[in-house]
Ligand binder design. Structure first.
Ligand SMILES: [Zn+2]
Length: 145
């Protein structure tokens, strides 16, 4: 199978209770008519990374910009509450792994896509993205030293 070209990562929230994990989200997406869960990774409430769609398969998470992107969903509704520390820590670990595999990628919130009409990934997670990007850069520099 040809490898997909990947240049960016979109961060999402589930916009559901943080107790709703991968299996239930997959169920919802299949009910919506998708072949499988739309995201490639789901970070559950306890910080566990669950694999969704295969990374070499195009996702269904940003209508109009799925071709060269990876979709990560963090469980919770971050319009209402902050993601917990372990979820952020796990997200950084996962992004670092993806950088090692694909090179440096653009890290975006779902709502950064100009055609997206959404609050996703919620204001509290969206607010953390600059800090997450900074931490990735720092870890990269430390690794290069
Ligand atoms: Zn989203």
């Amino acid at each position: 199978m040809d490898k997909r070209k990947i240049i960016k990562v979109y961060i999402h929230h589930s916009a559901l209770s943080p107790d709703v994990g991968l299996e239930a989200i997959r169920e919802l997406h299949i009910q919506r008519g998708f072949d499988d869960i739309g995201y490639h990774f789901v970070i559950e409430k306890n910080g566990e990374i669950r694999k969704g769609r295969d990374i070499n398969t195009q996702g269904a998470h940003v209508k109009g910009d799925n071709a060269e992107s990876i979709g990560i969903c963090v469980c919770g509704n971050f319009e209402e509450t902050c993601p917990n520390k372990i979820q952020i820590k796990t997200l950084i670990t996962l992004l670092n792994k993806l950088f090692r595999k694909f090179g440096e990628l653009q890290i975006l919130g779902h709502k950064d896509f100009s055609l997206a009409d959404t609050l996703c990934p919620g204001k509290y997670l969206y607010e953390s993205l600059p800090d997450i990007r900074k931490k990735l850069r720092i870890q990269k520099q430390t690794k290069d030293d």
